[in-house]
Write a new protein. Structure first.
Length: 217
């Protein structure tokens, strides 16, 4: 199955495979699609220049293709990528940074913050940055990382015992961060954790009325 190019160009929505953030929207003709499939990197058709362009050809900010999905009408592509740098020509990670209407909820946070933090930790694992605390933890190894996880867990308990909401939030964040460093050091992905929690949460009885087989939370 491939996109229907009979009506011309097909829009391609580019998404960061780790954070699920929408990075950009571009267009493909059949040749750009075939090059994307054969090279494993995104190629598009420029409507202004009327020619093919390889994403990152001049900037170096290429996009490694991880998966390609086709919508129900076979005229729109969803492409998950590992980006090698920002997607936008302005230097922003995503082209979608101009807010028109804010989220109507009271939540003032990034829905993909765990993924963003883990990606930053992974970047520090791959590339040294002077003065980086994360690099320091990786250099010291699992014993130091484990000690910090235990230490932060203790701080969480103390904050809870003190009924100090703000302190507890801060300590939980510290515990999450050090746990994420441990996960990265041990090559455990967030998807591994989500998968295991999903199995536990969704487990149902295998026979009628047998509640003993249901995980109790």
């Amino acid at each position: 199955m491939k996109p229907d190019f009979s009506k011309g160009l097909v829009p391609a929505i580019i998404v960061d495979v780790k954070t699920k953030e929408v990075l950009m929207l571009a267009y493909m003709n059949e040749e750009a699609y075939q090059k994307t499939c054969s090279t494993g990197e995104t190629w598009f058709y420029s409507r202004s220049r009327e020619s093919l362009w390889h994403k990152g050809e001049t900037s170096g900010h290429t996009q490694k293709v991880e998966s390609i999905s086709l919508d129900c009408d076979q005229d729109t592509l969803l492409i998950e990528v590992t980006p090698n740098g920002p997607a936008c020509h302005t230097g922003m990670k995503s082209c979608f940074f101009n807010s028109i209407q804010a989220n109507s909820s009271n939540h003032n946070y990034d829905e993909a913050i765990f993924e963003h933090v883990l990606k930053e930790i992974n970047d520090r694992k791959q590339t040294r940055v002077e003065g980086s605390y994360t690099n320091y933890l990786f250099d010291k190894g699992i014993d130091k990382i484990s000690k910090k996880v235990i230490e932060e867990a203790g701080e969480v308990v103390i904050a809870a015992k003190n009924n100090n909401h703000d302190e507890l939030v801060l300590e939980i964040c510290d515990l999450f961060y050090h746990t994420f460093v441990m996960m990265e050091q041990q090559d455990i992905a967030l998807t591994d954790i989500k998968g295991e929690l999903s199995k536990r949460f969704c487990k149902k009885a295998n026979s009628k009325g047998d509640r003993s087989k249901i995980d109790k939370w």
